[in-house]
Design a protein around this ligand. Sequence first.
Ligand code: ASP
Length: 321
Amino acid sequence: MRPRLVLIGTGGTIAATAGDARTLTGYQVTQGIEAMLAAIPGVADIADIRCEQPFNVDSRNLSTARVLRLAHEVDRHVRDAEVDAVVVTHGTDSLEETAFFLHLTVRSPKPIVLIGAMRPASALSADGPLNLVNALLTAADPASRDRGVLVVMNDRILAARHAAKRHTTRVDAFGADGAGVLGAITDGRVRYDMRPDLPETAPFSLTGLRAMPPVDIILDYQDAPRHPYTAAIQAGSRGIVVAAMGNGSLSPAALRGCAEAGRRGLVCVRASRVPDGQVTDAAQGPLASHALNPLQARIVLRLALARGLGQVGIKDLLQRL
Ligand code: ASP
């Protein structure tokens, strides 16, 4: 039977056009998902594809409400016996946040594939059409089942657990640390080299989840000031993730700021501004993010707080993810 896919368009550069073919950065989101798909020859050979467009925005404009709406939609589709896989087109600037959110909240053996493009649809050598075809091929391939949420960019298949944007403009902008590069698509053929060893997928249920508490990320650095911590407390944040130095080392201001935040009931987590490696436990002070980067730790903390987990439960979860 032909694979049945749902293609959800949410916007981003892949759906954008600029004034001329050489303009790669000054663009507007203008293309609906149906039109994007219709412009690519041969996609009907891949699968039966049903399009949806919950919104069409640059990913820097994505609110929590929109991400939750998208997650609920993806979850509904993968539970539908008539749907084999879901593909989401997305702006690349915050794609890794949505992908990790889906990784934490949608449990299904069915492929869920996110893609974007670094160049607008109007550009010379636009990367969107091939990325989209590759994502559809990946989603339609039974070999993609049970590999967790996937990100397909520039011919590679990455685990959402590990995928991150690592270059501001190049088409090979996305990478994945350690075990995150799972396979590739070449000449329309999907090939996997590995299956991710995901310690825990979807530890959070989406049932009834309509909002999440605010959690801030504060970058730490030499001679850092205290005022971002005071501002976070005053703004009513429920948690702070420090993008700390090295293995979660904190400046004096960050240490004092987290201590004060802790006294006021905020949960503080030390992640690292260093791209690779883990943050290990310390005897005192904020919780360690372990293998999670600051963006990922923030998402976990928001979900954990939304589900009423306390310090002990959050500590345990951070160790396992
Ligand atoms: N500005 C874009 C976005 O929506 C960047 C991109 O998609 O490449 O994130």
